[in-house]
Write a protein that binds this ligand. Structure first.
Ligand SMILES: NC(=O)c1ccc[n+]([C@@H]2O[C@H](COP(=O)([O-])OP(=O)(O)OC[C@H]3O[C@@H](n4cnc5c(N)ncnc54)[C@H](O)[C@@H]3O)[C@@H](O)[C@H]2O)c1
Length: 254
């Protein structure tokens, strides 16, 4: 797909990687609807896109809320006429161990709500978005169409992240599944698995954990959102790329 022909929805567009992807798409002349729960961040995003050749519209979206997703889709179509690309980027961390024991022997179990919220946003949210997008694109005959899921290299398991790792492993599984299911309709479905990337989500990671993780990155530094965009750009432009996930991680495998 040519970049200037992209009509995209980017979830989690108010911050970090999603914000960067939305702005870079608009720099290439694409039209974008950014969805997020952070309305102030969306306002800033739209303001920062004003001088760019494309368009960025911000709309409220909670990907974990099924009815919000449906309303958002309808509004997105009103803003940019049609949508041919979905970037499932919204994601959260709520780290914790399955069980821990303090010095006095008390056990603490990960609360169910902590497990569920991460699965609801990172995995079920992507499912809601992909399902509604695919149904509308097929109904409106908007092929070729593209879904890009942003997962994480922690998908194969990372201590303290059982909820997050599971959500990202599920997302990668669905990248492969949806690529096969939707290919007959003219869709490609691909993924990007970032390693540690310089965005506000990292404020939830302790300094000690950051130092330890950076020590395991062969390139010796964390990545930048623009380096994730470079993978996105390749996926958009290469019409033969589907069903696979690109790791952008400085060589790190946690
Ligand atoms: N930064 C990293 O090190 C890193 C590494 C691997 C994967 N990722 C993934 O990249 C994606 C983007 O993360 P980021 O680093 O830019 O983080 P970020 O916190 O800067 O941005 C995430 C955005 O998602 C939004 N969001 C949260 N819950 C939402 C919901 N229910 N509905 C809609 N929007 C919601 C937030 O408001 C925020 O704007 C996430 O899926 C994350 O898991 C990030």
């Amino acid at each position: 797909m040519k970049l200037e022909n992209v009509r995209a929805i980017v979830t989690g567009a108010a911050s970090g990687i999603g914000r960067c992807i939305a702005l870079e798409l608009a720099r290439e002349g694409a039209k974008v609807v950014g969805g997020d729960i952070d309305l102030d961040g969306l306002k800033e995003l739209s303001a920062d896109s004003k001088e760019l050749p494309g368009e960025v519209h911000g709309l409220h979206l909670d990907v974990a809320n099924e009815s919000t997703v449906k309303d958002f889709m309808a509004q997105a179509y009103e803003k940019i006429e049609y949508v041919n690309t979905l970037v499932n980027n919204a994601g959260i961390l709520r780290d914790g161990l399955l069980v821990t024991q303090d010095n006095e022997g008390w056990l603490r179990k990960m609360p169910t709500a902590q497990w569920k919220r991460v699965i609801d946003v990172n995995l079920t949210g992507a499912f809601f978005m992909a399902r509604e997008f695919a149904a509308l694109a097929i109904e409106k005959n908007t092929s070729p169409a593209l879904i890009v899921n942003i997962s994480s290299i922690t998908r194969s398991g990372n201590p303290g992240q059982s909820n997050y790792s599971a959500s990202k492993a599920g997302l990668d599984a669905d990248t492969r599944t949806w690529a096969i299911e939707l290919a007959p309709f003219g869709f490609r479905v691909a993924g990007i698995a970032p390693g540690l990337t310089n965005t506000p989500i990292l404020s939830r990671v302790s300094e000690a954990a950051m130092t330890e993780m950076i020590g395991k990155i062969p390139l010796g530094r964390i990545g930048e959102p623009l380096e994730i965009w470079q993978a996105m750009r390749f996926i958009i432009e290469c019409d033969y790329f589907t069903g696979s996930v690109i790791d952008v991680d400085g060589g790190a495998k946690f």
